[in-house]
Design a protein around this ligand. Structure first.
Ligand code: HEM
Ligand SMILES: *[C@@H]1O[C@H](CO)[C@@H](O)[C@H](O)[C@H]1NC(C)=O
Ligand SMILES: *[C@@H]1O[C@H](CO)[C@@H](O)[C@H](O)[C@H]1NC(C)=O
Length: 268
């Protein structure tokens, strides 16, 4: 897919519009839901995210992905936060999720301030917004009033996209959530922040589809960089930026990188 550079700024705005639409379809949400029951709710989430991002700027990406993985399975009900051996959180696509401690931290503070009022699902939706904002990305209003789900089942996580999915399968998984091709491309732009393990893409670097060669769609100069970061028999859990050179900045360089053959995941 070719995206002219001059349209890329608009992509950020689209990202916001789509995220807000997707994440508020659950009915009866409203802006400022806690304005009388817990007036400091949004402020507490914001300051909590801020302090964690200050200590570790990469955690912002963890929070955005956590929100996406929560919403894609049974809606944005916080079910991804529930622990247990057969819970969503333990499903394969969720094993690399990060940022749970940020949500726990905010929830602990909010329970002290307004016991039993603010849902974890809302805290997560707010935290993802703040994380993007603090990464110099766009900001948006988050309607609140979500109720926390009580069911969390690992088997339901199979509808999450995999980096090995074909484009047809990706389209189908997003279409099942009412999201079209533009939505898919825009939301995948979330990979403008964050990291992945060598394990998720190293097969592209050395013996791709058993041809003995690397994935021919990778830019040659970038291939050498990736091979240095992820040697053939090196540490599979080593972390690599999804958006090379700007992994903590929510900007349009991810799309430029993909255009130039510098996508890290095969699905990118
Ligand atoms: C199009 C389908 C998508 C696929 C196949 C995909 C796959 C992946 C994979 C494999 C990782 C690396 C995980 C790891 O190594 O631990 C990742 C990271 C990430 N994904 Fe996606 N993703 C997709 C869409 C999205 C969407 C829609 C969002 C959010 C709106 C998102 C946000 C992120 C973020 C922020 C990270 C970095 C996480 C971190 O640094 O911990 N992704 N994704
Ligand atoms: C690539 O993988 C195939 C199938 O596993 C194997 O037969 C071949 O020897 C490998 N080539 C190299 C260069 O490692
Ligand atoms: C590969 O990367 C170089 C250096 O960043 C860039 O100038 C070039 O356009 C890229 N090649 C392709 C085929 O996209």
């Amino acid at each position: 897919m070719q995206i002219p550079i001059e349209q890329m700024e608009g992509v950020c705005l689209r990202f916001v519009v789509i995220l807000v639409m997707v994440m508020s379809v659950e009915s009866k949400l409203k802006t400022g839901f806690y304005s009388s029951s817990c007036p400091k709710a949004e402020k507490v989430v914001r300051s909590t995210v801020e302090s964690h991002v200050k200590k570790d700027p990469t955690i912002a990406a963890g929070l955005l992905r956590l929100h996406f993985h929560d919403c894609f399975v049974q809606g944005c009900d916080g079910s991804v936060l529930i622990s247990g051996s057969s819970a969503e959180r333990n499903a394969l696509p969720n094993l690399g999720l990060r940022g749970f401690q940020v949500i726990d931290d905010a929830k602990t503070q909010l329970e002290a301030l307004c016991p039993g009022v603010v849902s974890c699902a809302d805290i997560l939706a707010l935290a993802a917004r703040d994380a993007v904002d603090l990464s110099d990305g766009p900001s948006w209003v988050v309607p609140t009033g979500r109720r926390d789900g009580r069911v969390s089942s690992s088997s339901q996580a199979s509808n999450l996209p995999s980096p090995l999915d074909s484009i047809a399968v990706q389209r189908q998984k997003f279409a099942a959530k009412g999201l079209d091709d533009d939505d898919l491309v825009t939301l995948a732009g979330a990979h403008t922040i964050g990291q992945t393990d060598c394990a998720f893409f190293r097969y592209r670097l050395y013996n791709f589809t058993a041809t003995g060669n690397s994935d021919p769609t990778i830019n040659q100069s970038f291939l050498a960089q990736l091979q240095t970061l992820c040697p053939k028999n090196g540490d599979a859990s080593k972390r690599v930026a999804l958006d090379t050179d700007s992994q903590t900045k929510f900007d349009v360089s991810y799309f430029k990188n993909v255009r130039d053959g510098k996508g890290v995941l095969e699905s990118d």
